[in-house]
Design a binder for this molecule. Structure first.
Ligand code: B12
Length: 219
């Protein structure tokens, strides 16, 4: 999409004001907030990740690119939530304990909001007991866990166990994601679903809500 090439460039160079301006221009040209996220921000951040892996980018570049995406989110968020329609469901979303990566999680949250879900974002480095208390408070249908480090993936299992021990496991569907996470890992820890991308997360959330309604109607 041509209107998004300036946004792509601005995120890659970490220019927050150029990114905001490019997002504004794209919106004025009729590009939807959801397309700005899925076709603009998401591939740009994937590219930033690739450049980092290849040793072309270092931590400062990553951080300024992340800051540029946050500036765009600040513009998009009110547009994503202003539909006023009945929410498609409530999702409690967070990065697990020990892990500070939030770019992917934020993209997932923004895409879910764009698809009409209500998102309760707990943030990063969230220990299992916080998930338990937040599930009690917010009563979500879905809990979404993000992990970007192989060392923090076990915290996903720990969170599932804590929900189970608190008697809450059957009250929620749990979906997991993040670069090192796989369907196989999700299955091995007993998660209800795995999403590889932010748009995949939306499909998955819809499917999990449908399964949950079906289970509820069967008693
Ligand atoms: C950006 C980044 C950082 C930034 C994070 C900034 C931020 N605010 O998030 C900073 C510089 C802070 C950082 C720090 C560290 N990082 Co880092 N980081 C990355 C990097 C380059 C990109 C991650 C990213 O944002 N990708 C873009 C997003 C869009 O993709 P994503 O997160 O995968 O999310 C998508 C999907 O996975 C999915 N998804 C994500 N979450 C969820 C959740 C659900 C429910 C669902 C359904 C889907 C889903 O949807 C998203 C959108 O499509 C990766 C390398 C890489 N290519 O992944 C390394 C990487 C993850 N980091 C790594 C490391 C080692 C670290 C540090 C330990 C470095 C250090 N020595 O200090 C610290 C750890 C800090 C901590 N405790 O967490 C390693 C992990 C290695 C491993 N095997 O565990 C990687 C792989 C780099 C590498 N090759 O060495 N990092």
């Amino acid at each position: 999409m041509d209107q998004l090439s300036d946004l792509h460039e601005a995120i890659l160079t970490g220019d927050a004001s150029a990114a905001s301006e490019a997002a504004g221009t794209a919106l004025a040209a009729g590009v939807t907030p959801v397309d700005i996220i899925s076709k603009g921000i998401s591939p740009a951040m994937a590219e930033v990740g690739r450049l980092f892996e290849e040793g072309e980018y270092f931590v400062p570049e990553l951080l300024i690119s992340a800051r540029a995406t946050k500036a765009v989110f600040a513009i998009l968020r009110p547009l994503l939530v202003e539909t006023g329609a009945k929410p498609a469901g409530r999702v409690l979303l967070a990065t697990v304990e020990g892990d500070l990566h939030d770019i992917g999680k934020n993209l997932v949250g923004a895409m879910l909001e764009g698809a009409g879900f209500e998102v309760v974002d707990l943030g990063v480095d969230i220990p299992a007991p916080r998930f338990v208390s937040a599930v009690r408070e917010s009563r979500p249908q879905i809990v979404g866990l993000s992990a970007l480090l192989t060392t923090t993936m076990p915290a996903m299992k720990g969170t599932l166990e804590a929900l189970d021990a608190a008697g809450l496991r059957s009250a929620v569907k749990v979906m997991v994601g993040g670069a090192p996470v796989t369907q196989r890992y999700a299955d091995s820890i007993g998660a209800d679903g795995y999403g590889e991308t932010a748009s995949g997360a939306v499909e998955l959330a819809r499917r999990l809500i449908a399964t949950q309604s079906l289970e509820a109607s069967r008693g």
